[in-house]
Design a protein around this ligand. Structure first.
Ligand code: SF4
Length: 68
């Protein structure tokens, strides 16, 4: 699928980018979702629907309290 090779359109504004660049977030999340399967990212899905989601919510929908 072509789309899977494109970066997520939200990446530049996504808190996951900030956390990753600050060394707080494991690279596996960015590789797997932001530069991969963003169509299955829970954050992406909620962003599209305009639904609230905390910055501490990971792409799989789980919460990491150390992020914020
Ligand atoms: S965490 Fe999800 S919404 Fe944010 S940039 Fe990565 S794939 Fe996109």
């Amino acid at each position: 699928m072509k789309a899977l090779h494109k970066e997520c359109k939200w990446y530049v504004v996504c808190p996951m980018k900030r956390f990753y660049e600050h060394g707080k977030l494991n690279r596996k999340w960015v590789d797997r979702y932001c530069y991969g399967d963003w169509q299955n990212c829970r954050r992406y899905e909620m962003e599209e629907k305009g639904e609230f989601h905390p910055d501490s919510m990971l792409p799989d929908g789980s919460i990491d309290e150390t992020l914020g």
